[in-house]
Design a protein around this ligand. Sequence first.
Ligand code: DGJ
Length: 728
Amino acid sequence: MSIHYFDTTKTFHLTARNTSYLFQVVKEGYLAHLYWGKKIKEYNHSNELRFVDRAFSGNTVARDRSFSLDTLPQEYPSFGHTDYRNPAFQVELENGSTVTDLRYVSHQITKGKPKLDGLPATYVEDIEEAETLEVVLKDRLTNLTVILIYTVFENFNAITRSVRFENNGTDNLRLLKASSANVDFRESDFDLISLPGAWGRERYVSRTALRDGIQSVGSRRGASSHQHNPFMALVSKETNENYGDVFAFNFVYSGNFLSAVEVDQFGYSRATIGINPFDFSWLLEPKEVFQTPEVVMVYSGSGLTEMSHTFHELYRTRLCRGEFRDKVRPILINNWEATYFNFNEQKIEQIAKCGKDLGMELFVLDDGWFGKRDDDTTSLGDWIVNQNKIPNGLNALAQNICDMNMEFGLWFEPEMISVNSNLYKEHPDWCIHVPNRRRSESRQQLILDFSRKDVCDEIIKRISSILKSAPITYVKWDMNRHMTEVGSASLPPERQRETAHRYMIGLYRVMEEITTKFPHILFESCSGGGGRFDPGILHYMPQTWTSDNTDAISRLKIQYGTSYVYPTISMGAHVSAVPNHQVHRNTSLEVRGHVAMSGNFGYELDVTELNQEEQEKISEQVSYYKEIRPVIQFGHFYRLLNPFAGNETAWMNVSPNKEDAVFMYVKVLAEPNEPYRKLRLKGLDPEKKYHVVELDKTYYGDELMQVGINIPAMDGDFTSIMWRFKAE
Ligand code: DGJ
């Protein structure tokens, strides 16, 4: 059992493998947070709540001057009575007031984990894997019922939270804010880790000390975004990869989000995570229900590596789905950086054929195959093959590629519409827009209004008909702009601010239907690279194009930051041409290979133009990756040297049975008179003897992890090594 309720003290104790989470029903039915952290055997209120009269903290119970919500650590704080801190939710009543008062009514503990209707979420395969607690709270004045849902994944050591709002009253209610989780820590001596970025440099690691007041990360762009990832961790000052407390939150959502922390007057810190309340509201009519997306909460008592391992295991096996979840992924060759829009059937077949000869397994036809798309100004929405470029049709092209014994994949951008398209001529109101305002373009395109059922249905139809028309086994699902002038022609004025969230619900339905209809297709998501690398999308598509920036040196930081939360198998990583198209840097094929082989591997360059030496090198890389692929894609990932801290990066993957490991090291710039570097490895079996294939030397795991291994001196900039370790 992982959820216990103690009736005498009305205390809930949730226990996962290494975690305890505690809260209690206190005076008047308020829910007070007690503890989240390392697992304890038994809780006897050593940190019992203390009540004292505090000036300017008003009292909830008449004449009880010691009881104020302003000083109470809470589970799901409401707005307007006596708590002045950041509320977890806010509701507007018909009379215009925005005050609510939630009190405990009942609770229920069940085995397993119920599905979140229409929303992506972690799941169980066996009912015994998890337990779920639903705590029912009520605002007596309005009959608003708020159900806090907690699921404990015992063995994965994770807790998920979400909230369901039910309007059981007779008046309309309007949700102004509806967070999915709130934790009130009775301390604030934390650093805040987040993963901010931009196009081409996604998920850089940021770590700053908490300060008084509110600090937050979030998106108002209609997508989780390149700029901020829906991840936040509070860590103790001394926390590093191997040591220290970590309290991590990851929001399973792909739209506007807000993760905020408020440090209050008594040094408590309140973490609140959910849909961004900015420009959000949701009309909840009597009998209607609003379900928030879920937050995955991970505690680690031994640093960031353990946090990442927990996310990786949970996401790889209980968030991602489908027949590719547990399969090694194909090595692909994508024509984007090879040709951009400038290709024809013959060129595509040549690239595919060369790729095949070099050992690659999947050819991906990127943007430009449809409508009149010869550049990015036109045709999104017209999902009909471009006869000028592909005169024999998609089926014939795909068939020819399959006949080479190569799989065939295709690019789509299903959520978009070009103004210059037949779809826009037929349905100018199908895009997100507000009446009489400019429709701002971005990459000369608008966004289809996926909050509308008719729009979603038509797109499902169009995409499905292409997918049925040819032997397609892979889809790259792109999304290349953020929302502006957010509104929907199909919603009444009082529901306009629901558009952004309704869009996400529509998108999730489209993704669910298409991925279910085509279970044999491997889907990779993309948003101008990694602009929507979030657990929401991973639920439908088990891999993501990590960044449009394919430069090996830039990728060190991008892949390192991404690894905080997302498993290696989910990270698309390709070798591209030099000078690199994004940063114009020249690096060796070797370092490009080593960095890309640390992820879900592929190529993105004109392989028809390689010289003999390059062909040989690439063919070697492809066979090398085929050998290490299971370890890279299903192994445990260890960060060894941090690219944000210095000139070197190192990481390794170790197979779950510790029989195999792959180690990668990159030195960015050459240094004069360099010191000798040795590095201690991680994750090996101390008792096992490992053969280091590239060095033809053998060491016990304990020596490699305790003493370390010498890194050879390497001349020049951008140098790297990759070594395989095999237990004897
Ligand atoms: C952005 C993607 O990230 C690229 O890989 C490529 O597919 C282009 N879009 C195509 O327009």
